[in-house]
Design a protein around this ligand. Structure first.
Ligand SMILES: Cc1cc2nc3c(=O)[nH]c(=O)nc-3n(C[C@H](O)[C@H](O)[C@H](O)COP(=O)(O)OP(=O)(O)OC[C@H]3O[C@@H](n4cnc5c(N)ncnc54)[C@H](O)[C@@H]3O)c2cc1C
Length: 333
């Protein structure tokens, strides 16, 4: 690992001061934000990044709060650990989908150290990206080696020119919960739907996975109160290893029911696209229907419409359709 300077800012403003300006694209890689370090330290050790400076967010007080607000909404600081999201009693009662997804991340040790902000901003796990010698398109090269290479774990939806999948389990659940991202930069604060936080490789820069500029920090995530009729939800994740692993495919599903019929639905996929993949057509098709075997199969197919598998990952289509069917049946029973 290359030596670096460690800045321990005492406030958000001090952290922002240490960051380069948004237009200074070359400086972007010289300064990196450090949260739990579960991903960043791996990148440093593998020489994927060699920043001159790390800004330790953990020295900033107040970014690790879980706030249950009077209006029923939830405000999470970016430094709240995944273990706390999994374990907080009120959060489990009101936002079970989020607690379930946080509990599906990696292992107890990683959830104890890994933070919400770090989980949402973690870099891709594609083995070409993670290989020190492979200068793939995500590292400034000209091609995505996964496209014509070993692509079992890569994207079937939204791919090109890079075919990474977003590795976060928490992100699909939060998008399904209609969460908002709060971002602080040198020029003030902005709040956007988390769904718009993530960017496809074909939008913006292929080098990044989200809208953050080099002078911005994700500070909070807000989950709105669950309005209307009670919502049911589930997070189903399929992984290759039983112990701990990233998702080959994952389904975050929320349904609001009117008797036996679906009143509203939110369906977001993980592990199959470079962003948490919202299936709006499938959501709309569910409204007004009873969930029987026929609906579940139809909606599963609709959700995967437009999938373009690579040579070794066509299995993800059937796998994801199966997970959607299973999730629908679980919430219908
Ligand atoms: C072996 C292993 C298995 C894993 N399995 C899973 C899994 O199954 N599911 C899953 O979802 N994740 C998994 N992960 C990823 C793990 O959850 C993340 O590495 C972790 O959540 C990152 O959080 P952190 O706080 O350690 O972030 P860090 O490693 O400190 O940071 C990660 C990245 O986010 C940036 N960052 C951090 N905080 C902010 C912020 N507030 N604003 C802007 N940028 C920020 C950093 O600069 C860095 O680029 C696994 C990781 C490992 C090592």
């Amino acid at each position: 690992m290359k030596a670096f300077e460690l800045i321990q800012p005492a406030s958000l403003d001090a952290a922002l001061e240490a960051l380069p300006g948004a237009r200074d694209t070359k400086a972007r890689d010289r300064v990196k934000l450090l949260a739990g370090g579960q991903d960043l330290l791996g990148e440093l050790k593998e020489h994927l990044i060699e920043p001159q400076t790390l800004v330790n967010l953990k020295s900033i007080p107040g970014l690790d709060a879980i706030e249950h607000r009077d209006d029923g909404s939830l405000r999470l600081g970016a430094l709240v650990t995944l273990a706390r999201i999994e374990e907080d009693r009120t959060l489990r009662e009101r936002f079970a989908l989020l607690a379930e997804a946080a509990g599906a991340v990696a292992s107890v040790q990683i959830r104890n150290a890994g933070t919400l902000g770090g989980n949402l901003c973690q870099r891709p796990r594609c083995w070409y990206y993670r290989h020190e010698q492979a200068v793939c398109i995500k590292k400034g090269g000209s091609e995505c080696f996964a496209y014509g290479g070993l692509n079992k774990y890569n994207a079937i939806l939204g791919g090109g020119p890079s075919y990474i999948v977003h590795p976060s389990d928490v992100a699909p659940a939060l998008v399904a919960l209609e969460a908002q991202a709060v971002i602080r930069g040198k020029r003030g604060e902005r709040q956007i739907p988390l769904e718009q936080f993530f960017t496809l490789p074909s939008e913006g820069s292929v080098l990044r996975e989200n809208v953050l500029t080099s002078e911005e920090i994700l500070t909070h995530v807000i989950v709105p109160a669950q309005s209307g009729a009670p919502w049911r939800s589930t997070y189903l994740k399929f992984r290759e290893r039983g112990s701990y692993d990233f998702a080959l495919s994952a389904v975050a599903l929320r349904l609001s029911m009117d008797g036996d019929k679906v009143r509203a639905a939110r369906l977001v996929l993980g592990g199959v696209a470079p962003i948490p993949w919202r299936c709006e057509k499938a959501e709309k098709a569910l409204v007004g229907r009873e969930i029987d075997a026929q609906t579940a199969e139809f909606v599963g197919k609709l959700a995967l419409e437009g999938a373009e598998p690579l040579e070794h990952n066509a299995y993800k289509i059937l796998l994801t359709q199966g997970l959607i069917t299973k999730a629908l049946r679980k919430l219908a029973s």
